[in-house]
Design a protein around this ligand. Structure first.
Ligand code: 5GP
Length: 201
């Protein structure tokens, strides 16, 4: 039975390890594709245009909004981030599971517009560990680190609005958790409405 892939929203504070978890999931599961967002943030060292983000000027980002090319967009820590519409639509239509790694405001917008989506919140094992990870990354200035930690506390308050929660104390365990969620979601009766008819054939 051919069917659409899942639209999967993954959030969690900066430093929770979402990126690492999703990259490993992608390596392990060929059916998983990651949506690449547009942002006005400057690229970090090692980030690649079209792989990590589509890096845009403010004018270019505004043109995307005006052209109705984004399914959602937000301002986060002084930069704009948005999810391009066409890629996620094409990806799920082809049967792939499409992961959106986005912050909470965007995730809640997606949930409203795509009630069928699956939402997962990734938590760090503790705030102490979160701080260690953000500082250890060494990619942000200290004022940005403070902003991100403050933002993290606020974001975690929204964790209960998600369908599932995963504590990222080990990347491998977190990936197993997400794989299990995707497998269970695909077996939901509501996603297999035609199944009884196939018994007659
Ligand atoms: P970072 O600057 O660390 O790459 O991302 C900052 C935050 O923006 C992260 O929580 C990330 O998940 C979120 N983010 C990335 N792309 C998007 C997007 O397209 N939409 C929304 N709403 N958030 C995004």
């Amino acid at each position: 039975m051919s069917r659409e892939g899942l639209l999967v929203v993954v959030s969690g504070p900066s430093g929770a390890g979402k990126g690492t978890v999703i990259n490993l999931l992608k390596q392990k599961d060929d059916n998983v594709k990651l949506s690449v967002s547009a942002t006005t943030r400057q690229p970090r060292i090692g980030e690649i245009e079209g792989v990590n983000y589509f890096f845009k000027t403010h004018d270019q980002f505004n043109d995307m909004i005006k052209g109705n090319q984004l399914v959602e967009w937000v301002k986060y820590c002084d930069n704009f981030y948005g999810t391009p519409k066409k890629y996620i639509q094409d990806t799920v239509e082809k049967g792939y599971d499409c992961i959106l790694e986005i912050e909470v405001e965007g995730a809640l917008n997606i949930k409203e517009n795509y009630p069928d989506c699956v939402s997962i919140f990734i938590l760090p094992p503790s705030f102490k560990e979160l701080k260690r990870r953000i500082e250890g990354r060494g990619t942000e200035q200290s004022d940005v680190i403070c902003k991100r930690l403050e933002k993290a506390r606020k974001e975690i308050e929204f964790a209960d609005r998600y369908d599932y929660v995963i504590v990222n104390d080990s990347v491998e365990n977190a990936v197993v958790g997400i794989s299990n969620i995707l497998a269970a979601e695909k077996l939901k009766f509501t996603r297999n409405k035609g199944i009884l008819k196939t018994l007659e054939s």
